[in-house]
Ligand binder design. Structure first.
Ligand code: SF4
Length: 357
C-alpha cells in the first residue's frame, strides 16, 4: 500500500478544492474507462465525497465486459470442436447465446483457466499432439504479452484474438453524442503502454480535458480535481497524474512488438456498433496463430442476452442499480451479462460493495 496516496488530510484538501470549483460549474460528467478505477471509486466511496453536480461514470473499460456475445460463442465453438481452450478465469461464466465456457467445461470440454498467455503456450508445448487455443482479450495492457508470446509459440498454439484499443472507443463515444462527457480519467495501465500521444487528438477534436490517473484513492481524486481545474480555466489538455508509472512516450518496446504482430481492424464492442480501427488482428506473417482462420469457425452474431443492459453500462448511460434486474434476476451466482461476472465489471463491483455505483 502506498500510504501517501491515502492520506486523509490531503484527501480532505482535494475534496474542499473540488467543491470550491464545482460551485462555479453547471454540471461536470467525468468518465473513466478502466475497471480498476471503478473498483477504487466504489471501494473507497469516492462518489459520496463529491458535490452533486460532479458525476463520475464508468465507460467501456472492462476488457471482459466489452467482449461480445459472438466472441464468447466463438470460444465455445472452438471448445465444442474438441480443442483445448485456455482462458482467464473472469471469462468462464460470461454467458454466450446458449452456453458459457463454464457450461462447456461442465459437460467435459477441455477448458482450462490460466493466469497468463505464457501458461497457455506452455500447455501447448507440453502437449504437442493437442491444439491449444487461448482466448486473447484485453486492451493495450495485455496485447504486448500476446504479441511477445506469438513470436516463439509452438505450432499447435493459436489465439482467438479479441484485443481492443481504448482511444478509438473514446472517440466513438464523443462522436456519437449519446452521452455528454466533460472530461476523461484515462486508464493508468493502458497509458503505461501507449503514453500520452494517442489521447491528444481527442482533446484537440472534442476540446475535452483528460487526466491519466493511478489507482490509489488520492490518484483518482487528483484526477477529478485536475479535470475540474481545466474546466474552470476553459482549458483542455492531456495531463499525467500517474507520472510515477506513465511516461509521455509510453513503453516503446511494448509498442514495437505490438506493431510487429498486430494491425488495427474494425470490431464491434458490446453495446457499441463497429468501431473503426479499434480492434487488433494478427498480421499475415502470424496468421498461422489465428484460431479463426486455422479452424475456420463461423459463428452468427446473435446480439446480447435479452434484458441485458450491459451495453448501456459500458456507454455510461445507466448506473448498475438502474438496470431493472440488478441484484434480482442478475447476480454474481446467476449473471445475465458480463458486467456482473468480471471482477472489473461495474455491476459486480457495485454488488460487492453494496453501493450505488
Ligand atoms: S445487472 Fe446484469 S444484465 Fe443488468 S447491466 Fe448489470 S450485468 Fe448487465
Amino acid at each position: 500500500m502506498i500510504t501517501e496516496f491515502r492520506d486523509r488530510e490531503t484527501a480532505k484538501k482535494a475534496c474542499d478544492r473540488i467543491k470550491e470549483i464545482a460551485k462555479n460549474l453547471d454540471h461536470a460528467k467525468i468518465m473513466h474507462v478502466c475497471g480498476t478505477h471503478e473498483d477504487t471509486i466504489t471501494r473507497y466511496g469516492i462518489r459520496s465525497l463529491l458535490p452533486e453536480n460532479v458525476e463520475v461514470i464508468s465507460g467501456p473499460g472492462c476488457p471482459v465486459c466489452v467482449t461480445t456475445g459472438r466472441e464468447i460463442d466463438e470460444a465455445i465453438a472452438l471448445a465444442d470442436k474438441g480443442l483445448t481452450v485456455t482462458t482467464f478465469g473472469d471469462m468462464l461464466k460470461v454467458p454466450g447465446s446458449e452456453n458459457s465456457l463454464e457450461g462447456v467445461k461442465a459437460k467435459g470440454g477441455d477448458v482450462r483457466v490460466v493466469y497468463s498467455i505464457t501458461d497457455a503456450a506452455r500447455i501447448a508445448a507440453e502437449n504437442p499432439d493437442t491444439d491449444v487455443v487461448h482466448i486473447a482479450i484485453g486492451f493495450e495492457t495485455t496485447a504486448p504479452s500476446t504479441a511477445a508470446e506469438l513470436k516463439t509459440a509452438p505450432g499447435n498454439f493459436s489465439v482467438l484474438c479479441c484485443h481492443r484499443t481504448i482511444p478509438n472507443a473514446m472517440d466513438l463515444l464523443l462522436s456519437s453524442g449519446d452521452v455528454k462527457v466533460n472530461g476523461f480519467i484515462d486508464p493508468g495501465h493502458v497509458s503505461a503502454i501507449i503514453g500520452l500521444g494517442p489521447y491528444r487528438p481527442l482533446t484537440e477534436k472534442f476540446n475535452v480535458p483528460q487526466v491519466i490517473a493511478g489507482f490509489e484513492p488520492l490518484d483518482v481524486l487528483f484526477g477529478i480535481l485536475l479535470i475540474l481545474e481545466m474546466m474552470e480555466n476553459g482549458k483542455a489538455e492531456v495531463k499525467n497524474e500517474y507520472s510515477r508509472v506513465v511516461k509521455d512516450e509510453g513503453n516503446p518496446r511494448a509498442l514495437e512488438i505490438m506493431n510487429e504482430v498486430f494491425q488495427p481492424c474494425d470490431v464491434r464492442w458490446r453495446g457499441f456498433p463497429i468501431i473503426p480501427g479499434s480492434g487488433l488482428e494478427l498480421k499475415e506473417e502470424f496468421s498461422q496463430y489465428d484460431a479463426r482462420k486455422k479452424f475456420n469457425i463461423k459463428v452468427e452474431d446473435r446480439g446480447e442476452p435479452a434484458g441485458c443492459r450491459c451495453g448501456d453500462i459500458l456507454k455510461g448511460l445507466i448506473r448498475p442499480d438502474e438496470c431493472p434486474i440488478f441484484g434480482k434476476g442478475c447476480a454474481p451466482d446467476k449473471p445475465v451479462g458480463p458486467c456482473m461476472v468480471s471482477s472489473e465489471g461495474a455491476c459486480a463491483i457495485a454488488y460487492k460493495f453494496n453501493k450505488n455505483a
